[in-house]
Every structure is written in structure tokens, then in C-alpha cells.
Design a protein around this ligand. Structure first.
Ligand SMILES: NC(=O)c1ccc[n+]([C@@H]2O[C@H](COP(=O)([O-])OP(=O)(O)OC[C@H]3O[C@@H](n4cnc5c(N)ncnc54)[C@H](OP(=O)(O)O)[C@@H]3O)[C@@H](O)[C@H]2O)c1
Length: 287
């Protein structure tokens, strides 16, 4: 089984995998796995379960114990028992007897108090159906409530050059000091950061002879020491992303990225109750 410290720094995202044209995506996923990417993030909501259904093929082609499988609970958990029902659906579809981690996709997805949901998840760890507990899209107050009932090992949140809210509020530092791995999703903001061609990124790409997306991933992994969750089903871009791990930049250059601020994103007011702009939508506010 893959332990926390064996997780490859670039995890496999699955948003926009096309279940109706899966042959190409399966080839790309296997390429990712062969290149070392060993963390797969699954979410039943994507294509109404279509992505998870197709993923059974992928899981059958690899050594299951060398793949870390993260699963997300869907909205409208109405009773504590719904947590195990949703987990069992993943296990049945994928043909598995355990998942590596389970998390509520977002705190506002539950009609129950967070303590009730995470008490259930912790029990599933205790009986061996889940190995680790994850939290996603929470704020620090919600995280503290969850920690009263469960041992948290993973925290998934948006982080990229333009959206640094989790760093600003101290969540990244808190995770580092409490042995939680922070998984940064949308690190490339779906290629939109590079499309903006910010001078600092263009200059660093030119200096190191790398693409802007490689500069972004390198900075998040090497300097910020975070895991990244990226979706790509294009073999050239998978190789490009993995190529971001094979160089180092000067401290002064990392510092330029550390200091970068986006006034536009800094001024978005994020709501934590599921209304208005929610944290999972922050990176999608602007092209
Ligand atoms: N917990 C949450 O609330 C949450 C929210 C959002 C996302 N996620 C997870 O995080 C994963 C990553 O987020 P995301 O997919 O929204 O954003 P992302 O990984 O930043 O970007 C993915 C998009 O960028 C393209 N891409 C990847 N590498 C590229 C490169 N080197 N150059 C140019 N384009 C590149 C991909 O297209 P190709 O496939 O064609 O390369 C895809 O369209 C998701 O798939 C999902 O699993 C979780």
C-alpha cells in the first residue's frame, strides 16, 4: 500500500475525463501511472458516476496496492449511514475492498453537522474500509471541529499563483505543522494562469527554458512543499508536468512567485456556507 510519504507530488485529477471516449483517456492514465503518478482522485459527481465507472478498467490494469485512491462524498448526506452507503457504491463500482482516503467534497455538502459525518468516516477507518481521512474545502474553524472526532491526514484545497487564500488564512502552515498533507488542486487554474502571460512567469520560463506551467508546478512542489492535483489526459502535457520536478530555481526566483499577488482574486469574497462564491469556485471566477 502507498504510504503518505510515497505519494508522487503530482496527483491524477479526473474532472473532465470523458467516459464516452475513454480509450484515449485510459491510455493517458496508464502513462501517468507508469511515470510514477500514484494518487488518483475520484468524485462520483463527475459525469453522474460515469468517470468512476470507467475507472474500474484503469484500476484493473494497475497494481492496486501501488495506487492511492482518494474518494469524495457527494452532496446531501441526510443521515450518518449515508456515508457508508456512498463509500460502498465506490467499492462496488471499482471492485475494491478499501479506499485509501475518504473526504467530504465540501462542508456545505452535508445536511448533518460535520462532526457526525466525520465520526462516521473515522469509524470506516477503524474497520479497515478506509485508510486515511481527508478534508476538502474547509476553513480553519471547520477543520478544528472535524479534528475533534477524526484524525485528519490530508487537506485538499485550491492553491495556485493567483489564489492564495489558504496560505493567507494560515491553513497551509497549520497542515505543515500538524502532519497533514496539503493537496493543492487547480494548481494551473486550468491553464488560465499561463494564458495570462504574467511577466514574472514569462521571464522565469525564458530563464529556465521551461513552460510557464512547469514553472508553476515546480514552485508549488519544490518551494511550497505541497502535493498538486492536476488533470491531464494528454500524454505530452503529462510528461511536461512531470518534467516540472526535475529542476530547481534560484531562491530569489521562488521569492518572486511567493510575493506575487492578484488584486482581482484577492478581492473575491468567499462564503463558507455554500452560498455565493464558494472556495471550490474561487479559481473559476475569472478567465
Ligand atoms: N476538491 C475540490 O473542490 C476540487 C475542485 C476542483 C478540482 N478538483 C480536482 O482537482 C483536479 C485538478 O483541477 P482541474 O482539473 O480543475 O484544474 P487543473 O488541473 O489546473 O487543469 C486541468 C486542465 O488543464 C489542462 N492541462 C493540464 N496540464 C497542462 C499543461 N501542462 N499545459 C496546458 N494545459 C494543461 C488539462 O487539459 P488536458 O487534459 O487536455 O491536458 C485540463 O483541461 C480536478 O481534475 C479534480 O480531480 C477538486
Amino acid at each position: 500500500m502507498v504510504s503518505k510519504d510515497e505519494i508522487f507530488p503530482i496527483a491524477i485529477g479526473t474532472w473532465k475525463i470523458d467516459p464516452d471516449n475513454f480509450d484515449n483517456d485510459l491510455r493517458a492514465l496508464l502513462h501517468s501511472y507508469e511515470r510514477g503518478q500514484n494518487y488518483l482522485s475520484l468524485y462520483m459527481m463527475y459525469n453522474n458516476g460515469g468517470v468512476v465507472k470507467q475507472m474500474r478498467q484503469f484500476v484493473k490494469c494497475v497494481n492496486r496496492d501501488k495506487l492511492f485512491i482518494n474518494t469524495n462524498l457527494e452532496p446531501t448526506i441526510a443521515r450518518p449511514g449515508d456515508v457508508e452507503v456512498q463509500l460502498d457504491e465506490y467499492l462496488k463500482i471499482l471492485g475494491l475492498d478499501y479506499v485509501d482516503s475518504l473526504q467530504l467534497h465540501s462542508p456545505w455538502f452535508s445536511n448533518l453537522p460535520l462532526e457526525d459525518v466525520y465520526g462516521e468516516i473515522q469509524q470506516l477507518v477503524d474497520v479497515g474500509k478506509v485508510r486515511y481521512v481527508g478534508v476538502s474545502n474547509a476553513n480553519l474553524e471547520q477543520l478544528a471541529r472535524i479534528e475533534r472526532v477524526a484524525k485528519i491526514d490530508f487537506f485538499e484545497g485550491v492553491y495556485n499563483l493567483e489564489c492564495k487564500l489558504y496560505e493567507d488564512m494560515g491553513a497551509i502552515e497549520y497542515c505543515a505543522h500538524s502532519d497533514k498533507l496539503f493537496m493543492a488542486y487547480q494548481p494551473l487554474r486550468r491553464n488560465r494562469t499561463a494564458m495570462r502571460n504574467y511577466p514574472v512567469l514569462a521571464d522565469l520560463a525564458n530563464k529556465y527554458q521551461k513552460t510557464q506551467n512547469q514553472i508553476l508546478l515546480n514552485w508549488i512542489v519544490m518551494e511550497k512543499r505541497l502535493l498538486t492535483l492536476v488533470k491531464s489526459t494528454n500524454i505530452e502535457r503529462i510528461d511536461e508536468n512531470i518534467g516540472s520536478l526535475s529542476f530547481k530555481m534560484d531562491m530569489g526566483d521562488y521569492d518572486k512567485l511567493n510575493k506575487f499577488r492578484s488584486e482581482e482574486f484577492d478581492n473575491v469574497a468567499v462564503n463558507w456556507d455554500g452560498t455565493g462564491v464558494t472556495i471550490d469556485q474561487l479559481a473559476n471566477q475569472f478567465e
